[in-house]
Design a protein around this ligand. Structure first.
Ligand code: ZN
Length: 166
């Protein structure tokens, strides 16, 4: 288990939460609130919401990896760190494994999908996750050198593959 006070300083008088590792201000967003945002986004932009979520996920992934300064010469160390950081962030049980063509990303009880009830038709939260994975991959392998595909998305488990193209 990870103690939240090891990760954050919470000043309840000033309403300020600081991520201790980065020395930067943070805030928490509940899974239900996230789902409300997604539903609203979908209500307003319909299928365009998926594109927006993918794009913001991608920026988020790239900027958080840059902030992490996590890119180790040892790719396995980087992958392990990203898996752990995603779990600490509460995304679900994230596991990343090597495959013949690249990587498989498996998220059990993905927070972006598992809390979204039975609104299957608007279970688009994983476009955000797909974007985050693409953001990581772009920094690690360079633009145009990979493809991210969603294999499966659902309440129990979400799976993606990153296929490297040399
Ligand atoms: Zn999903």
């Amino acid at each position: 288990m990870v103690d939240i006070e090891e990760q954050y300083d919470i000043d309840d008088k000033e309403g300020i939460i600081v991520n201790k590792r980065f020395g930067q201000r943070s805030f928490f967003l509940g899974a239900n609130e996230w789902n409300s945002l997604i539903e609203k986004l979908h209500g307003t932009f319909s299928s365009g919401a998926a594109v927006i979520l993918y794009d913001i996920g991608k920026s988020y992934g790239a900027s958080s990896l840059e902030q992490e300064k996590a890119i180790d010469a040892d790719l396995q160390l980087t992958i392990d760190l990203l898996s752990r950081e995603s779990r600490v962030a509460g995304w679900g049980k994230v596991g990343i494994t090597r495959t013949e063509k690249g990587f498989a990303v498996r998220i059990q009880r993905c927070v972006f999908c598992s809390a979204s009830g039975n609104h299957r038709e608007i279970q688009i939260g994983c476009f955000f996750v797909k974007g985050v994975i693409a953001g990581f991959a772009e920094l690690l392998f360079g633009s145009g050198h990979f493809n991210v595909e969603e294999i499966h998305c659902g309440k129990d488990c979400c799976e993606f593959v990153v296929i490297l193209s040399g």
